[in-house]
Design a protein around this ligand. Structure first.
Ligand SMILES: *Cc1c(COP(=O)(O)O)cnc(C)c1O
Length: 466
C-alpha cells in the first residue's frame, strides 16, 4: 500500500511520493505529511541487519510505487558507498547510559549527507524517468549547502544554486561549497543572515514567471524525502543497542527541527522512544516553546554552532499540525499569526501534549567550549560544538536509569577553530578534504536583494550554466 501525502495547511490535493519529492513545498504553502503512518516491522529492531538493508525496509512504504525495491536498494548502496565507516552511523559509548551516534561520516562531514546523498539520487532517478531538468535553489546556514551540492554535482538533470550568509559560515563550510569545480553547482554569499537567505529562496519560489523559467526545485529541510531518510538512523540506534524493549531517549541538537521530527516519525511508526531532548544554542525559540507554550521570535545571534542559528524552525509546522489534531486551517492560522506578530501560543492542552514527548534546553557558547574540553579530558574524544550542545543537554537532563543517545551531527574538523579553542588540539580533516585550504574558491557575493539575486541566476542560464 503506497502512502499518500497531504499538506499541513489542508488546502492542497493529495500527492504520491514522486510528486512530493519534486514539489518540496505544498502549493498552499504547507508541508507535506503522510496521511497515514506505516508500522515499523518488529524485526527491524529485533534482528540485526546492515544499515542499507534497514534503510530499504524503513523507506519502502513511504515511496510506494515510485521506486522498485531493487532501484531503492541500489540508490541506497550507492549513496552510502562514499561514507568512511561501514556502519554508516556508528554508535560509541560516552558514559554509562549515554551513547553518541556519529552522523558525520559522509562526504561533507555533517549529518545532512545521510539524507541528501539519497535525495540527490532520488531526484536524478525521477527526473530521468520524466526526461526533465530542474534548477535547485536553496539557502544554507552552512552545512546543507555543501551537502546538497555534493549530492548533485555532475548530475545531468540538476543545476544547483546555494545562498549562504556572507561571513557567517566557517571557512571549511564555505570552502566545501566554493571549491567544487562541477559546472552545475553555484555558491552565492548573501550580505545578510540565514533567515534572509531563506526569505530570498521563498520569494524566488513565489515569483511565478521566474520559477517557471528555471523549473525551480528545492531540497531544503522541509522536503519530506529528507525527513523520511533520517527516520532510519533512529531505528538503527535501537537495533544496534538491542533496546527494542526498553525505551530510549534521543537528544538532538536542533535548528530547523528536521532531524528531531524524523525521530518523532520513527516513534509514530512504533519505535520505542522515551522522549526527545531538544538541544538549542542561544537561539532557543524551541526550548522556550517547550517551557512556556509560546513561540516568540527573537533576533538571530551568531554562535559557535552556526547550523543551529535559526529562529524560525520551518519543520516545526509538521509537529504543530499534529498537536492541532491534523487541522490544516488551524495550523495555517497559527503560522500566519506567528509570521505577522512574531509570536503564537499553544493552548494548555496542546502544550501538555508537546511536553509529554519533548523536553528542551539551551547551552551558550562558554558552556559549549567547557563541554568540548570536558569530553576531551575524560574520553580523549574531540566533538564539534553542535554535538557538544547536545551532550550538554543530555548530561543535564538525563534521569536515573534513562538511556540517552545523543546525535553527533558534525565532524569536529568541520568546526576546528572552536574545538581548538576549547582543547588546544586542532582536529584533522579526513584525507578527502585535506587539500581544501589550497583549492581555488569560486563564488559571488550579492546584496540581500531579490532582483539582484534573480538577475544573477538569469545570467547563469544565459551563459549556459558554465
Ligand atoms: C543542520 C544541522 C543541525 C540542525 O538540524 P535541523 O534538522 O535543522 O534541526 C545541527 N547540527 C549540524 C551540524 C547541522 O548541520
Amino acid at each position: 500500500m503506497a502512502v499518500r501525502y497531504g499538506s499541513s495547511r489542508g488546502r492542497a490535493p493529495e500527492l504520491g511520493f514522486a510528486d512530493v519529492l519534486l514539489t518540496g513545498l505544498a502549493p498552499d504553502g504547507g508541508l507535506f505529511l503522510p496521511t497515514d503512518w506505516p508500522t515499523l516491522p518488529a524485526h527491524t529492531v529485533s534482528t540485526s541487519s546492515s544499515y542499507v538493508d534497514l534503510a530499504a525496509e524503513v523507506i519502502q512504504p513511504f515511496v510506494g510505487g515510485a521506486l522498485s525495491r531493487v532501484d531503492l536498494q541500489s540508490i541506497l548502496e550507492d549513496a552510502y558507498a562514499s561514507f568512511d565507516h561501514p556502519d554508516v552511523c556508528p554508535l560509541v559509548q560516552l558514559d554509562d547510559g549515554h551513547h553518541l551516534m556519529e552522523l558525520f561520516h559522509g562526504p561533507t562531514l555533517a549529518f545532512k549527507d545521510i539524507a541528501l546523498q539519497v535525495v540527490g539520487r532520488l531526484f536524478d532517478h525521477e527526473l530521468k524517468c520524466r526526461r526533465q531538468r530542474v534548477m535547485i535553489v536553496g539557502a544554507t546556514s552552512g552545512d546543507t549547502g555543501s551537502a546538497a551540492m555534493e549530492a548533485v554535482r555532475g548530475s545531468e538533470q540538476v543545476d544547483i544554486v546555494v545562498l549562504f550568509p556572507h561571513g557567517r559560515t566557517t571557512e571549511v563550510q564555505r570552502r566545501q561549497m566554493t571549491t567544487l569545480k562541477d559546472p552545475n553547482v553555484h555558491a552565492v554569499a548573501v550580505q545578510g543572515t540565514f533567515d534572509d537567505c531563506q526569505d530570498l529562496v521563498k520569494a524566488m519560489f513565489g515569483d511565478e514567471p521566474f520559477r517557471e523559467r528555471h523549473s525551480l526545485a528545492a531540497v531544503n529541510s522541509i522536503n519530506w524525502a529528507r525527513v523520511m531518510v533520517q527516520i532510519v538512523y533512529y531505528v538503527w540506534a535501537v537495533q544496534r543497542l538491542g533496546r527494542g524493549v526498553q525505551a530510549t531517549t534521543f537528544c538532538v541538537p536542533t535548528g530547523n527541527f528536521g532531524n528531531v521530527f524524523s525521530g518523532h516519525v520513527a516513534a509514530r511508526m512504533g519505535l520505542n522512544v522515551d522522549r526527545f531532548l531538544i538541544a538549542s544554542n542561544r537561539n532557543d525559540i524551541l526550548s522556550r516553546l517547550i517551557e512556556t507554550g509560546e513561540m516568540r521570535a527573537e533576533e538571530v545571534v551568531p554562535t559557535l554552532s552556526p547550523s543551529m542559528d535559526i529562529q524560525i524552525s520551518s519543520n516545526l509546522e509538521r509537529l504543530l499540525y499534529e498537536l492541532l489534531d491534523g487541522n490544516g486551517a488551524a495550523t495555517a492560522e497559527l503560522i500566519a499569526g506567528f509570521r505577522d506578530h512574531g509570536r503564537a501560543a499553544l493552548t494548555p492542552a496542546q502544550h501538555q501534549r508537546l511536553t509529554a514527548a519533548f523536553s528542551g534546553d539551551r547551552i551558550d557558547d562558554s558552556e559549549t567550549l567547557a563541554i568540548i574540553s570536558e569530553v576531551y579530558d575524560s574520553h580523549g574524544m574531540l566533538v564539534d560544538p553542535h554535538t557538544a550542545v547536545g551532550i550538554g543537554v543530555a548530561q543535564r537532563h538525563r534521569r536515573a536509569g534513562e538511556h540517552v543517545v545523543s546525535l553527533a551531527t558534525a565532524h569536529p574538523a568541520k568546526f576546528g577553530d572552536a574545538v581548538e579553542q576549547a582543547t588546544g588540539v586542532r582536529p584533522e580533516l579526513p584525507p578527502h578534504l585535506a587539500d581544501i585550504f589550497d583549492s581555488r574558491e569560486d563564488y559571488a557575493v550579492l546584496p540581500n536583494d531579490l532582483a539582484t539575486v534573480e538577475a544573477f541566476i538569469d545570467g547563469l542560464s544565459v551563459r549556459g550554466l558554465g
